[in-house]
Design a protein around this ligand. Structure first.
Ligand code: ZN
Length: 149
């Protein structure tokens, strides 16, 4: 049996986060982002009731992976503007890979690059303000081109 490489615990950035327990090499596959394969519409309906974390992963087609249903600890991945991980889509599955070497104890991050359907309101903007603290921080978890509609 392999040693557990990652764990979810309280993050200094936001809510729960995912942390390395073992050294992770650059390029290594860390975890699959699991959840129910569903539509944006259905997932958005579920999200409205909950606040805070975003558990929905948009695929390049019209579907999403809803980590709040049948998901694993990958749903606790926080956003950073200079992330140490990236999500790679393979068919209808998403795997989280390390972009850089990650030392034990360090939090794992991906760049959410969220896109918003319809008008980008101040409310949405406020909800997705980024606090990652990187010098390159965009101050938002939204996709770079997500300007006012
Ligand atoms: Zn940031």
């Amino acid at each position: 049996m392999r040693l557990r490489r990652i764990t979810a615990r309280r993050s200094p950035v936001h809510g729960m986060g995912l942390f390395a327990l073992q050294p992770i090499a650059a390029g290594e596959r860390v975890i699959e982002y699991k959840g129910e394969l569903t539509s944006w519409r259905r997932a958005a309906g579920r999200q409205r009731s909950g606040a805070g974390h975003t558990f929905v992963f948009g695929l390049s087609d019209v579907r999403v992976i809803d980590g709040s249903r049948g998901g694993n600890s990958a749903r606790f991945l926080n956003h950073a503007c200079s992330p140490n991980c990236e999500a790679i889509e393979t068919g209808a599955r998403v795997f989280i890979h390390a972009l850089t070497a990650i030392a034990p104890g360090h939090e794992l991050f991906i760049d959410y690059r969220l896109s918003v359907d319809g008008v980008l309101t101040d409310d949405i903007r406020t909800r997705y303000i980024c606090h990652c603290g990187a010098s390159s921080c965009r101050r938002t978890m939204l996709r770079g081109n997500a300007e006012s509609a």
